[in-house]
Design a protein around this ligand. Sequence first.
Ligand code: NAD
Length: 252
Amino acid sequence: MGRVSEKIILVTGGAMGMGRTHSELLAEEGGTIIVTDMNVEEGEAAVKRITDAGGNAEFMPLNVTSEADWTSVCDKIVAKHGRIDVLVNNAGILILKAVEETTEEEWDRIFNINVKGVFFGTKAVLPGMQKAGGGSIVNISSIYGIIGAPMAAAYQATKGAVRLLTKATAVDYAQYNIRVNSVHPGVIDTPMTKDLLHSGDEELVKAIMGTTILDRAAQPREVSFAVLHLASDDSSFMNGSEMVVDGGYTAV
Ligand SMILES: NC(=O)c1ccc[n+]([C@@H]2O[C@H](COP(=O)([O-])OP(=O)(O)OC[C@H]3O[C@@H](n4cnc5c(N)ncnc54)[C@H](O)[C@@H]3O)[C@@H](O)[C@H]2O)c1
């Protein structure tokens, strides 16, 4: 028996980076994973890796900024599997700029994906979770949603919003046995950060690594274990809380 056996789990941004490793680990632990992403080709490849390894997964295209996509995907999952037990709101983008360099278009784009996407997803699964008697929502924030850092103003504002949207939802829906928690990764080696971490520019890498006391970037799977914990019933008394997975970045 895996830790999420028989759970129906929807992961956003599951084609690449951490979304892909979350999907893989949750499948290894017995979950049925609905991998969603805008990137159909990479999303289908991610699902193939899981099914080739013996896991249960299927791909559905989903742009998290489209409420119509959310309705259609959730309807399809419920028609086929009867319910959604876990939602992992993982899809996100990064813009590295200070306030004065950030345009209105960039501000709106990052808020649409990183915050409105989480709002739409949460809203889409809540009625079904209430009907089914409970569920777990895992929102991917960042340490940049807790502390300040240079050149990431809009991104930090979105991740701070996700942190508190998590707590607000936890407060309102605990009565329905729905738990909502956030995960706060530090510096993780994914397609999002690869141009920075592998730029060969030592000063830049040092600035990105900040105060990571383990002195390395994490592999995405190291964060997936936190997601697995929050998705599983092992975290039954965790609600509205924050799991920091940052190699000690915020400890100093
Ligand atoms: N990489 C890091 O160091 C780091 C640190 C802290 C938090 N995070 C957060 O973790 C999450 C995953 O990051 P990652 O590094 O794996 O990113 P990534 O760029 O490697 O992958 C993101 C995935 O999201 C998808 N995506 C982007 N916009 C989308 C949309 N509108 N609809 C659906 N899918 C969309 C992409 O196609 C891609 O598959 C993000 O929310 C990110 O902000 C990352």
